[in-house]
Design a protein around this ligand. Sequence first.
Ligand code: C5P
Length: 214
Amino acid sequence: MPPARPLIAVDGPAASGKGTVARALARHYGVAHLDTGKLYRAVGLALRLAGGDPADAVAATAAAERLDEALLGDPDLMSAMNAQSASIVSAHPGVRAALLARQRAFAEAPAGAVLDGRDIGTVIAPHAPAKLFVTAAPEVRAARRAAELARAGRAQPVEAVLADILARDARDTGRADAPLARAADADLLDTSDLTIDAAVARAIALVEARLRGH
Ligand code: C5P
């Protein structure tokens, strides 16, 4: 049997390594990659720039319905403050509904695709033949994110980064609509003790087994 279309769902909490793994998988299979967190971040940023409150479901849904593509390249998109706004807006069902079609269309590319986020394997592409749930210990994730922020000239104490990550984890796993969760058929990849190269090699091996064994 030929291998399945490489539609790969990568989910996991903040700074687990899922973005790095997803980008490497997209390169490996020669398919496009969508970082779905950027969509929620753009909605959060749109609200902040307009002086709105991310907790306002009506305003957040309106911002998601007319998503400003230019914000996807904004230097503030990836800031820690905007991550919190993204996690607040992402709990509104209207926001999730507004961003659904775009993500599903991306997943339908005939050549395959890699999407990373929180609900790819459970909601966006539950039929994906290969799913990974990437995780790591909170302290490891905080250290990685702190190093990343420092490299970007946005240094923050690691304790503050850990508190941010734990708050986001709690919000993302606790929300009613499409919470962060491991799909029943997702392979677990704990990157706590892995180098980037080892995590990528393991991810490719897991995906390859799924695509060939479908
Ligand atoms: O992946 P990233 O950390 O950039 O995502 C920012 C926030 O967007 C997450 O904390 C989460 O609340 C939200 N998100 C989501 N569903 C996704 C991707 C991201 O709710 N598929």
